[in-house]
Write a protein that binds this ligand. Structure first.
Ligand SMILES: Cc1cc2nc3c(=O)[nH]c(=O)nc-3n(C[C@H](O)[C@H](O)[C@H](O)COP(=O)(O)O)c2cc1C
Length: 228
């Protein structure tokens, strides 16, 4: 067991145990309406810190997050999100950004720190970094690359929020140019998604159903029936 890099609350704010992962995954719903109950700072801090532990290619962490809590700013974000009511209702909305270029300036730091922490060869971190840069410079679609990583971090935040008993709403319904303009976001950023966090207002949203595994999982090769 490695040292924990930081502490987070080990219970929900009212002292109830954190929800186990199976309950998180089965009870989570994309929530349409929120009450104005605040998300405590220590819970938000845990959501962000734990979300930032998500994996990324070469550990380059090409994500950035703008946390919007101010009511006026949530209204401005709502206007850039086709007026979706949950953006103004939820006490916290996270704008998830994927940075298509900025990771290059951090590559040295990432590879050096990994090697110093024992996660890479301390005598060869520069070669490892050169290999990564070669791979990534051949990447045609950096928007796809940043989306891939940023969604893992944002999804982790969504599930952590649920574990602390809060409700969430991931969103793709926004105008990226308008979001960028309203929040001073640099040109190289891809606005990947929004995530509203708070307490869902009743009535609870119903489970909309999912395809059974035989419709979406294949065995060994595409099209080969999956047998449980
Ligand atoms: C990336 C992503 C973007 C989404 N965008 C929106 C959105 O803009 N507005 C909305 O009302 N729901 C949005 N949803 C919610 C989905 O409609 C919802 O997750 C889906 O219908 C399944 O419902 P459930 O999450 O409650 O199981 C989005 C979900 C995801 C994962």
């Amino acid at each position: 067991m490695q040292d924990k890099p930081f502490d987070v609350p080990e219970t929900q704010p009212d002292g109830t145990p954190l929800k186990p992962i199976t309950q998180v995954l089965l009870e989570r719903r994309a929530t349409n309406h929120f009450t104005d109950e605040a998300v405590p700072d220590e819970v938000l801090d845990a959501i962000l810190k734990l979300g930032a532990q998500a994996p990324s290619g070469y550990n380059l962490q090409p994500w950035r997050f703008v946390v919007v809590r101010d009511a006026e700013n949530r209204k401005r974000l709502q206007a850039a999100a086709f007026g979706q009511p949950k953006v103004a209702e939820a006490p916290v909305v996270i704008i998830a950004l994927g940075m298509k270029e900025e990771w290059q300036a951090r590559a040295d730091e990432v590879f050096k720190e990994g090697a110093e922490r024992g996660a890479g060869n301390p005598d060869a971190w520069q070669q490892a970094k050169d290999g990564a840069l070669q791979f990534l410079n051949g990447m045609q679609q950096m928007d796809v690359w940043v989306n891939r990583h940023t969604m893992i971090a944002l999804t982790t935040m969504m599930l952590v929020a649920e574990a602390y008993g809060f409700d969430t709403a991931p969103m793709e319904g926004f105008n990226p140019a308008a979001v960028k303009e309203a929040f001073d976001i640099p040109a190289e950023a891809e606005v990947v998604a929004l995530l509203a966090i708070g307490r869902g207002a009743s009535p609870e949203k119903a489970y909309p159903g999912r395809f059974p595994l035989e419709r979406i999982v294949y065995s060994e090769r595409y099209g080969e029936a999956w047998k449980e």
